[in-house]
Write a protein that binds this ligand. Sequence first.
Ligand code: ATP
Length: 137
Amino acid sequence: TNRTFTMIKPDAVENGHIGAILEKITAAGFRIVALKLTQMTVADAQEFYAVHSERPFFGELVEFMSRGPIVAAILEKENAVEDFRTLIGATNPADAAEGTIRKLYATSVGENAVHGSDSDENAAIEGVFHFSGREMF
Ligand code: ATP
């Protein structure tokens, strides 16, 4: 068993998809270890996405991710990182498989409804970025 970190991004929160996305996540067998509605500041988003700081879309990404509330969560399941990325689908919803969260709820390649960690190491770093020990179960 291991863990991944996810965010329901501002677009999906604005569009009223929190409940439907959490239902997809739990129906797929993930246990919710930590969960909250929160908002990243511009500085938080710059730090969280620092690995993308040289990419042309960095400014747009930081503005988007800090513009409104998100749902942050830590999820537990066997093979969590890989299975969660399968559940959310390709970065661009136009390329995402049928039934995936991004196919169902994403707006565009930038406003793509959900985040999923890309490695066990990043899942741990991202979880600690958003949650204290007392918020993890
Ligand atoms: P995430 O890290 O959010 O799970 P990902 O690993 O599928 O997404 P990355 O390539 O790591 O995708 O990009 C991180 C995020 O940056 C994307 O989820 C998306 O919000 C944004 N992004 C990626 N490519 C573009 C683009 N061409 N234009 C605008 N935003 C983009």
